[in-house]
Design a protein around this ligand. Structure first.
Ligand code: 48F
Length: 254
């Protein structure tokens, strides 16, 4: 017989188990946009324990809105193997540009990350970091609703061996580290220049502070790269590159 309090207990128990696991991960990815999802999935596939924190209810970041809310996005050839890896379809446009359905891309990336074993915590906002001599050792998180309501509720801490800032244009984690340590500088994202931005975002994906890596538009914010608008190949490539770098740093090479 279906029983209401059993439903409650099932949810609370299983969520508590998941959150407890998430208190100590190999890697914490902040932000569930394209770069964060790709990075998280590839890290999980390398056998690392990965927790992903997303402040909004749904993951996918800037994918869903396509360009000016036309829900199609563009990618370039170099990123097609990632789409294939995720089972996301695409159609050629002119031999250089390929078109992807934004809804299929967002849902495909989310599904694959979840299936790979990434612990996904939506509605959880990262508010701060933990830092020790060796570098960033964890995050300070709270329910997004606490921030929205302005209630005085203290956050909690989760530990990890590496953090990936995939929070997009704002580079939230890098911004916190920059302001609180004075040892990181954010140059700020520049005007639009898609080709240069796409190239730079992958190439400059890196560890920017001990234990802190950047992926996606956070790379542009830290390194002062141009913006690129609704072309997403660079986000996917940067996510994959970040996963390679983190795995290498944690001694998990294939
Ligand atoms: O912005 P977002 O999609 O980042 P991305 O992976 O991709 C950028 C593109 O969407 C697009 C673009 C390139 O084509 O210009 O903008 O770099 O996803 C970032 C995610 O991070 C979440 C935010 O809600 C979004 O889903 N986020 C931001 N701040 C926090 C956060 C925070 N403090 N805690 C948790 N999640």
């Amino acid at each position: 017989m279906i029983e209401e309090t059993t439903i409650t207990r099932a949810i609370v128990e299983r969520y508590a188990e998941k959150f407890l696991k998430g208190t100590r991960s190999d890697v914490c990815v902040v932000g569930g946009g394209p770069s964060g999802l790709v990075c998280a999935r590839y890290l999980a596939e390398k056998g690392l324990s990965v927790s992903l924190f997303e402040k909004k209810m749904s993951l996918g970041g800037g994918i869903w809105g396509g360009g000016m809310s036309f829900n199609k996005v563009v990618v370039q050839k170099a990123s097609l193997d990632i789409l294939e890896d995720f089972g996301v379809g695409y159609e050629p446009y002119d031999g250089v540009h390929y078109v992807v359905d934004a809804v299929e891309l967002a849902s495909g990336l989310i599904y694959a990350a979840s299936k790979a074993g990434v612990l996904i915590f939506n509605l959880c906002e990262v508010q701060d970091v933990m830092i020790r001599d060796e570098g960033v050792t964890g995050l300070v998180v709270n329910w997004t609703m606490v921030g929205m309501t302005g209630l005085h509720v203290d956050p909690v801490a989760v530990g990890c061996r590496a953090v990936v800032d995939a929070t997009g244009h704002e580079a939230v984690v890098c911004d916190i580290v920059a302001k609180k340590t004075g040892k990181l500088e954010l140059k700020g994202e520049k005007y639009m220049w898609a080709e240069r931005a796409e190239d730079g975002v992958e190439k400059l994906t890196s560890e920017v502070f001990p234990g802190l890596f950047v992926a996606g538009m956070s790379v542009a914010a830290v390194y002062g790269l141009p913006r690129m608008g609704p072309i997403f190949g660079g986000m996917l490539l940067s996510g994959r590159r970040a996963a390679e770098l983190v795995a290498e740093a944690l001694g998990r090479t294939p």
